[in-house]
Design a protein around this ligand. Sequence first.
Ligand code: 6PG
Length: 274
Amino acid sequence: MTRETAGVAGDPGGPEVLVLPGPAEVGFAAAERIVEAVVPAIELRGRADVATTGGSTPAAIYRALVSDELRGLVPWASLHLWFGDDRFVARHHADSNVGPVDAILFGRDGGPGSPLPHPNVHPWPVDATLAAGGTAADCAAAYEAEMRASLATDAAGRPRLDVVLVGIGPDGHLLSVFPGSRAFDAPGWTTAVPAPSHVGPHVDRVTCTPGILDAAGSLLVVAHGAAKAAIVARILAGPRDERALPAQRARRAGATWLLDTAAAAGLSTGTGSR
Ligand code: 6PG
């Protein structure tokens, strides 16, 4: 696969930017980066913890992970999958971020699936919360308790995830941290977010707070399509204002942005090939 490695002109010390032809190539490259991160983590500590995302980008990544090229390289039994955020809906609801995991990684779409153990997938406890008549805030608190019981922390007390995968919203959000979000000031690892009116789906959310981005062993940002070109350019090349553009929290050294040509169209990148 021909890849262009790039930085953004005028942003030295910023993230690595990979520009690939289209969504399938972006998904495969992201899957390769996930494998490259989890294999040494498992060799070192016997498990790897990955936080995935919602939206349109994960499906191609999951399909790449279960592909003949990569499935044999993934240490499935020791891989744990978390969710950086979710919609406050039941797992079977079409808006749930667990849906693509159930479909592709567990083969409910009729595809090959994977040997990922079901207990290794850690969804937000929405179903249990709803059954108990609880709120999104209850759900967020329960997830934080599960995370704290399972995940190592860094020196600053933030969860140490081996990989955090995020997409970029049309308004520059990531996770469910929207422009002006109170999530920036939330004291813990998770918080509840009222249904956004400006982007869909218009349902309450539960989200990790931005701190998980800082402690990630590998921070992968994925975006594709011409509709994202302008916002990606603002995030990566425009003035920094993280509360206005939460995705700028991932505009940092150590992060890798995986873009297709269409989403990168607004960037003037210094590119090389390898
Ligand atoms: C969600 C995601 C959200 C998503 C972005 C990008 O629950 O919707 O976590 O942060 O990644 O909105 O979504 P698209 O890539 O589909 O535009």
